[in-house]
Ligand binder design. Structure first.
Ligand SMILES: Cc1cc2nc3c(=O)[nH]c(=O)nc-3n(C[C@H](O)[C@H](O)[C@H](O)COP(=O)(O)O)c2cc1C
Ligand SMILES: [Mn+2]
Length: 483
């Protein structure tokens, strides 16, 4: 099951699968690469390896995650649901009964044991070591993505910190605006784990940033795990192969040994500056705000390091499939807490935190409202602005059908719940930042148990007639593929 062990194996796999286009022409990381990539992403096109970005010796890889097929290739799975099932099978482990189950159980336990990262003595990410004054972020082809951006932003980093209280590791994907040769901002938002590590220290927090990873580890940096759970463990589990780590040169952290580029350094309480604006995944520029300054004490890399990037903007953009991967992979975990959930969908156009559609096995009055509150209480899903609840047989991914249920089944005076709570850091709509209104729409069936009149029966053709027509289809001489 082991997939690509580093970015190079991943690029080779993409190339073999016809999923990568090399771009030998010079292209400018200042806006030009965004416009090229945006067109290719929106057309469902391949990953792009810009071999000669202007003013840099390092190639730039982009759109590696831009389609469902590439996302599945990354995980070595046929569907993203299959990846979710792998997680679910471990979460729902029961004491095995019988020999076959015991053997299967052992395999699962082994997959958990294999997921712990392992330390190695050296790694290609330290072939080149630049320390102190030698550090020069200007060597990297960092993109200025949109015309109103405050500067160049590192957009696909895995930011590694440790909680100063208990030493647990966190890996998060937080964009980094380049300030000069040796400083960036660190854009961990108010609800994020890296920020909590930062606030837990009253002095310095060491930070290491890995750039250019195998696709699963890169994905894991964006995964919304509970704070004490190490994202590298999830990566190891999903890869079926532990992530190898090497010790940093100037800070007390470990980084993936196979990374292309590593930035080591620190942030310091009280040492903040004004980050942004940045054209964000909300489709709008996020306004300038204070964020900590990341001081780079060492830059280590492979000799011919490849720089990874991603452009976010008005949805859909490349990050859509990173979000969809999370949606599928976390479904079993969500079902552990809220087992009546059948399925859910986070529409890409809703920028992930704006809307969740959820189908439930409804058993009692107020069940839809119970699930709304559960969503508003679950990890980063708690930031969801709108929750739409439908019955179990409704396909949450079919937005036309969901629209049908929302309009057909809802009495707005009765079925719309307005409440308040925390909202995403980047949500520009609420009057105040971070906090505002939420809407829950109960589009499930109702009935006398909830104090309404009888609910009508839905129209469905009988099975015998459907079978008859299928059987006789060719007899009718109708030329179509409707059978
Ligand atoms: C391409 C991309 C860029 C992101 N940029 C940021 C960012 O700048 N700041 C942030 O707080 N979260 C950002 N996120 C979301 C976080 O990576 C995500 O919420 C993750 O769960 C954070 O890790 P944590 O839960 O360990 O804090 C980004 C996600 C993606 C896919
Ligand atoms: Mn985390």
């Amino acid at each position: 099951m082991a997939g690509p062990k580093d970015l190079r194996e991943w690029i080779a796999l993409l190339e073999r699968e016809g999923e990568l286009q090399r771009v030998p022409a010079k292209a400018d990381p200042h806006l030009e690469i965004t416009e090229i990539t945006d067109r290719v992403v929106k057309a469902g096109g391949p990953a792009l390896l810009f071999e000669h970005p202007k003013s840099s010796d390092h190639p730039l890889l982009i759109n590696q995650f831009g389609t469902e097929r590439r996302m599945c290739l990354a995980f070595g799975a046929r569907t993203l649901d299959e990846v979710g099932e792998r997680v679910g099978s471990v979460l729902e482990m029961q004491p095995p009964q019988g020999l076959v189950e015991k053997v299967k159980g052992l395999a699962k336990l082994k997959s958990i044991a294999d997921s712990l990262p392992k330390t190695v003595r050296s790694g290609p990410c330290q072939e080149v070591v630049l320390e102190g004054e030698e550090v020069d972020l200007g060597r990297l082809p960092v993109q200025t993505c949109w015309p109103g951006d405050a500067g160049p932003f590192i957009t696909l980093p895995a930011v590694i910190t440790k909680d100063p209280r208990d030493g647990t590791r966190n890996v998060g994907m937080y964009r980094m605006q380049v300030i000069d040769a040796r400083q960036t901002y660190m854009h961990w938002q108010i609800h994020k784990d890296g920020r909590m590590d930062y606030l837990a220290t009253d002095g310095r927090l060491e930070v290491a940033v890995a750039l250019g990873l195998d696709p699963v580890t890169a994905y894991a940096a964006s995964a919304p795990l509970p704070k004490h759970v190490d994202e590298l463990m999830l990566a190891g589990f999903l890869r079926g192969d532990p992530v190898e780590l090497v010790a940093c040169k100037t800070v007390g952290l470990e980084v993936p040994a196979q990374a292309e580029i590593v930035l080591e350094g620190y942030v310091q309480q009280g040492d903040e500056g004004i980050e942004g604006p940045f054209g964000d995944h909300t489709g709008y520029y996020s306004p300038p705000e204070p964020f900590p300054v990341f001081h780079v004490t060492a830059m280590t890399m492979r000799r011919d390091a490849i720089y990874p990037s991603i452009v976010v903007g008005k949805p859909p953009a490349e990050d859509a499939w990173l979000g969809k991967a999370t949606e599928r992979i976390f479904l079993p975990a969500i079902r552990m807490s809220v087992p009546e959930i059948v399925d859910y969908d986070l529409p890409v156009a809703g920028a992930f935190h704006n809307c969740v559609i959820v189908s439930i096995r409804k058993r009692f009055p107020g069940h839809a409202q119970k699930v709304m509150h559960a969503i508003w209480g679950l990890g980063l899903l708690s930031l969801t602005k709108a929750v739409v609840v439908v019955d179990e047989h409704v396909d949450v991914h079919d937005y036309e059908e969901v629209f049908f249920r929302v309009t057909a089944n809802v009495d707005p005076g009765r079925d719309v719940l307005l409440t308040e709570g925390p909202l995403d850091h980047l949500d520009h709509a609420p009057t105040r930042q971070f906090y505002g209104g939420k809407i829950g729409i109960d589009a499930t069936h109702k009935g006398p148990a909830e104090g309404t009149r009888e609910w009508p029966e839905e129209i469905v053709m009988s099975d015998d007639v459907r079978e008859l027509v299928t059987r006789r289809w060719s007899d009718y001489g109708i030329r179509s593929d409707q059978s």
